[in-house]
Design a binder for this molecule. Structure first.
Ligand SMILES: NC(=O)c1ccc[n+]([C@@H]2O[C@H](COP(=O)([O-])OP(=O)(O)OC[C@H]3O[C@@H](n4cnc5c(N)ncnc54)[C@H](O)[C@@H]3O)[C@@H](O)[C@H]2O)c1
Length: 284
């Protein structure tokens, strides 16, 4: 098994970042999405990241963008799937690509909170299927490798090497766990922040300030939510059954319905590109 050609499914927040990092790391990259408009914003985000990293934007031209699923996966050594966090959609996508991909292709999902065992029954090659979950890719560089019971050890080892080749720090999650390791801990913090807000214990700004000041962090839970995307956060939160999570999901839904999805749409809990929490007097 050797990885040269990488196929990314989904040109959104994470698919864009993984594709760019793979191209920067010397892999041949194809990005597939059902929506061609996603490619326009994907390329803009890539340019922005490259400018931030003071790297040449030429690498973008090496990435192939396509809405043709068959073309996207032709000769791919690995698929990294970053489509919207919805179980029925991911199941449909994995069934589709099981029928299209060459037998050698390793299948990985970047799901944040679903488990590989919830998807594996639609996959035609269970031993080559594994969760391979990124964070921000460029500033938060942990990559979680979470197999299901039938993932081959060879695939786990290969993903560890591939993760390092993408300049990430691999973490192996030996038992399936929603949210892996870091997100499991992060969920507890974000969930608590959401409950403090919906119970009106403190303002969003004061909740963020508490976290930022005490832990010397550049942003608090609501800033983090804006960077994740409030739609993605809603998909996760509304599936949690406790009353506190449901109240927070209802709040998130008001933002999603208003098109305020966070940093990616220019507004979420804060307004971008200059959110209030970055102002010099925010923490005074
Ligand atoms: N946003 C984050 O911070 C973050 C971090 C780690 C993991 N993830 C995970 O990555 C995945 C994607 O999240 P995101 O934030 O990039 O979402 P996003 O909404 O920014 O992008 C999702 C993309 O999937 C595309 N899509 C929808 N249906 C499709 C289909 N059938 N075939 C191909 N493409 C399709 C959409 O057009 C969109 O471009 C989710 O599973 C999420 O949990 C997100």
């Amino acid at each position: 098994m050797k990885i040269n050609k990488v196929c990314i499914l989904g040109a959104g927040t994470l698919g864009t970042r993984i594709a760019l990092q793979a191209a920067l790391s010397g892999f041949q990259v194809t990005v597939y999405d059902i929506n061609a408009e996603a490619f326009v914003s994907s390329k803009k985000v890539m340019s922005k990241i490259l400018r931030m990293l003071t790297l040449s934007e030429d690498v973008i031209a090496t990435i192939q963008f396509t809405t043709d699923a068959e073309e996207a996966v032709a000769d791919a050594d690995i698929i990294s799937e970053s489509v919207t966090e919805e179980l029925p959609l991911k199941r449909q996508v994995w069934a589709q690509f099981s029928a299209l991909a060459p037998a050698k292709t390793i299948f990985t999902t970047n799901t944040s909170y679903l488990l590989p065992s919830m998807l594996v029954d639609v996959v035609d090659r269970p031993s080559l299927f594994c969760a391979f979950h990124f964070h921000d890719v460029f500033t938060a560089k942990v990559v979680d490798i979470m197999p299901h019971a039938g993932t081959s050890e060879e695939v786990i080892t290969l993903l560890e090497e591939f993760g390092r080749a993408l300049r990430q720090v691999p973490v192996i999650v030996r038992k399936e766990n929603p949210g892996y390791v870091f997100n499991f801990m992060l969920m507890a913090v974000i969930g608590a922040a959401g409950k403090l807000r919906t119970k009106e214990v403190a303002s969003m700004e004061d909740i963020d300030k508490s976290w930022m000041v005490n832990f010397h962090m550049p942003m608090g839970p609501f800033g983090i939510l804006d960077s994740i995307g409030l739609d993605t956060a809603w998909h996760v939160t509304h599936n949690l059954e406790d009353a506190g999570s449901q109240a927070f999901a209802a709040l998130l839904k008001t933002y999603v319905d208003a098109g305020k999805l966070g940093e990616k749409t220019g507004e979420g809990f804060y307004k971008y590109p200059a959110p209030a929490f970055k102002e010099p007097d925010f923490l005074t």
